[in-house]
Ligand binder design. Sequence first.
Ligand code: URA
Length: 254
Amino acid sequence: MKYHINLDKGKIENSRLAILPGDPGRVPLIMELLDAPNKLASNREYVSGLGYSKGAPILVISTGIGGPSTSICVDELAQLGVDHFIRVGTTGAINKNVLAGDLIITTGSVRLDGASRDFAPIEYPAVADFFVTKALEKAALQLDVRHHIGITVSTDTFYQAQERHNGFSSFLLPKHHNSTERWRKLNALNYEMESSVLFTMCASFGLKAGCVSGVITERGNGENIDLPGLVSTQKMAAEVAVIAAKAIESNFEK
Ligand code: URA
């Protein structure tokens, strides 16, 4: 039994694929898209459930926000034999052509987080698995949803490292001044907070990971979250993640 996620191989029925939302509240919404969903465990930020695709188990488990909690979740799942991971989350657009409601499929992440440095030196690339990424793209095309594929900036802080001025303190360290514009010039698409550790871990462990995120704020237009669009954007990202998960699972040797 793994200490933090409160799961063992029996409970997860030897699933090889996990869908990873950050938010525990999104687990039931993703589970609804699978056959015969049932709740597994709930401990701290780690809420999990199991559903099926053509009789094969697919695990859904929340990671909590950010690198440290994500790293624990991914490590314990890997210890249980999970070797494919699809992160599904929300994100802030950096690129001005990316609009609220669009999806972003990340090919590689800028490692602004701290946790990924405990797995590999900073020169090591935080890259997604090619085949998981292709499956996510195929799912987005199938659903005919606006999507963008490219580089994500993955941070430890939501306010400071994403250059927000609406946190408790409007003071930002000099390194954060105009950082969004600098990332825009470097062709980054979006901000989020988990993909860099997920990709660094999986690439360096020889496991496979991808990431799809729904855009809930356009950082070229300020700091407001698109609250009216939140539910539908999350649902679309979840549908893409589940279609991709089912396609990947169907290719596992039986
Ligand atoms: N998640 C982030 O990390 N940033 C955003 O702007 C929205 C969601």
